[in-house]
Ligand binder design. Structure first.
Ligand code: GLC
Ligand code: CA
Length: 564
């Protein structure tokens, strides 16, 4: 496999609005990001992905872009962005931006021009399609609920929006539009960006016949994802985009890819794939409800472990996936993947270990490194997220009580990850001196950076050790290129695997007990060194264990052991 500069890097996602506010307007900003670069460097981060910071009306929190060449005033100025790039560079860090090109904002000048002349040139930048009689061209439900078609005022046409109606889809079939997109990408790469995280990208290919599908909900609509799943040919666009842009810069790209067709992994992330990497969402998909959040399924430990393993094995010999336990669209990993008895610091460290040491590119989402959790709200009015408000309504319409509907938001809402970063136990968690744009999780008095920074056994201190181990000169090769080999699969509560490097001979066992009871395991092979333990297990204990031929792991205990 050809080595690439990003193979051994660790990435961190910043949700700028909630990271750190430095001017008291309650909104995180670029100055805040700049001021925390040293914090991130110390954590061991190489690549920083910023969720969108472009000019936007923020209907979908910046994933609705009104001007791709401007920084949102809320976040700062282009000068500050350039400063961020320069400061990151000084520290050998890379900035990755969010590339949102399936759609733009209805406030984008292209869309305004399109509305002004629904038969003109700019209408061709979007999907302006004649209705069927008095009805929309097809029965698609948008991802955020309701029809994916919106009437174009003063015309018999409708425009397509797979997300909110304020996010019209861009017409990738139009070569002029594609050229504009590529020019924009290159403009940013010329500034010295490390690359892009690529939003909702699978959706760019449409079946322009827009066939209807059998209804899949009481609203008589069918999810627009059905069309995405059936249409062929997204790869042609992705290859063109890569050749016209990323490839020339050796940029790092990470795709947000759902609904990839079977057997296409090599095309997406193989050596000459469309992207450098793509997120592994296989665990996340386990909880998907058939109709929405109200019928989402809880995580069952074994199913979760098995799907992570399957995904790891699938990419072997093909490429690298990007491993996450949470992001700005997901509930907090600690709340989701840890059983109740493990929702504590030991459990959070264990979860960190089993994610960061997998094969692939580890991504840490802001606050994950201190073990931030989901946030309880008492009323739907306390939520901001457009999708949460829709899903609450879907739950109520399906017959849930208010309490039940709120509970499904507690478990699934995207706002769980978007509450402000908890820097200290001071006013507003040190996030802002003003009124935070989204209410804090009240547990900031216990869970915060300041408390953890100087405590040797904190979750934060553990993350630092864990990332340092992954990147250490001695073990980096193995953690980056070593094979993933499942271990102790017959055990019901154990998440264990080995990272084996055939050339350097290293064999590292990562083992974690997610069960509520201690678990005794047979030691296979010789223990050489305990590289990391979340319970300060000493070398001697394992050495003794080896003599006895078995070792007992406490509930929530994990260890990283060099064998041989
Ligand atoms: C992606 C983003 C999400 C956004 C959607 C539409 O899934 O991660 O936050 O709402 O695309 O842009
Ligand atoms: Ca601010």
């Amino acid at each position: 496999m050809k080595k690439k500069w990003w193979h051994d890097k660790v990435a961190y996602q910043i949700y700028p609005k909630s990271f750190l506010d430095t001017n008291g307007d309650g909104i995180g900003d670029l100055r805040g990001v700049i001021s925390k670069l040293d914090y991130l460097k110390e954590l061991g981060i190489d690549i920083i992905w910023l969720s969108p910071i472009y000019k936007s009306p923020f209907v979908d929190q910046g994933y609705d872009i009104a001007d791709y060449y401007k920084i949102a005033e809320e976040f700062g100025t282009m000068e500050e962005f350039d400063e961020l790039l320069a400061e990151a560079k000084k520290r050998d860090m890379y900035i990755v931006m969010d590339l949102v090109v399936n759609h733009c904002s209805d406030q984008h000048e292209y869309f305004k021009k399109a509305l002004a002349n629904p038969d003109g040139e700019y209408a061709e930048y979007f999907y302006f399609v004649k209705g069927k009689g008095k009805k929309a061209p097809s029965n698609y439900r948008s991802y955020f609920g309701g029809s994916a078609w919106e009437p174009v005022p003063g015309s018999d046409k409708y425009y397509l929006h797979m997300f909110a109606k304020e996010q019209p889809d861009l017409n990738w079939e139009n070569p002029k539009l594609r050229r504009k997109v590529y020019d924009m990408i290159n403009w940013w790469l010329d500034k010295g960006l490390g690359g892009f995280r690529i939003d909702a990208i699978i959706n760019i290919k449409k079946d322009v016949k827009f066939p209807s599908f059998p209804a899949d909900g009481p609203d008589g609509l069918a999810s627009c994802v059905k069309m995405v799943e059936e249409v062929e040919g997204v790869g042609t666009f992705l290859e063109e985009m890569k050749h016209e842009t990323f490839e020339k810069y050796d940029a790092f790209t990470v795709g947000e890819v759902f609904n990839m067709k079977e057997d296409e992994l090599r095309e997406f992330i193989g050596e000459d794939g469309h992207f450098s990497t793509m997120f592994d969402f296989s665990a996340h998909e386990l909880t998907f409800g058939e109709h929405g959040w109200y019928d989402s399924k809880p995580i069952v430990f074994k199913e979760w472990r098995d799907i992570v393993f399957a995904s790891q094995l699938e990419m072997e010999g093909i490429g690298f996936k990007a491993n996450i336990i949470e992001n700005h669209d997901e509930p907090r990993g600690a709340s989701r993947y840890l059983p109740a008895h493990a929702q504590n610091e030991a459990g959070k460290k264990m979860l960190a270990t089993t994610s960061v040491l997998l094969r692939g590119i580890p991504f840490v989402f802001q606050g994950q490194e201190i073990g931030m959790t989901n946030c309880l709200r008492e009323d739907i009015s306390e939520y901001d997220d457009i999708s949460t408000i829709d899903q609450y309504q879907v739950a109520i319409e399906a017959g849930c009580t208010k309490e039940e509907a709120l509970h499904c938001c507690y478990e699934n809402s995207r706002d769980n990850a978007r509450t402000p970063m908890q820097w200290s136990d001071g006013e507003n968690a040190g996030f802002t001196t003003g009124k935070p744009w989204l209410a804090l999780n009240p547990n900031y008095t216990e869970i915060n950076v300041k408390e953890q920074e100087n405590r040797a056994d904190s979750v934060l201190s553990y993350y630092k050790k864990l990332i340092a181990l992954r990147k250490s000169d001695s073990y980096k090769e193995t953690f980056t290129y070593g094979k993933f080999v499942p271990a102790y699969e017959e055990q019901d509560d154990i998440f264990a695997f080995r990272r084996v490097h055939e050339e350097n001979g290293q064999d590292i066992l990562v083992v974690a007990n997610f069960g509520q009871e201690p678990c005794t395991l047979t030691v296979e092979g010789k223990v050489h060194t305990v590289l990391l333990s979340n319970m300060n297990r000493e070398q001697a204990v394992f050495a003794e264990a080896e003599m006895n031929g078995s070792v007992t792991l406490e509930s929530c205990e994990c260890a990283v052991i060099l064998m041989g």
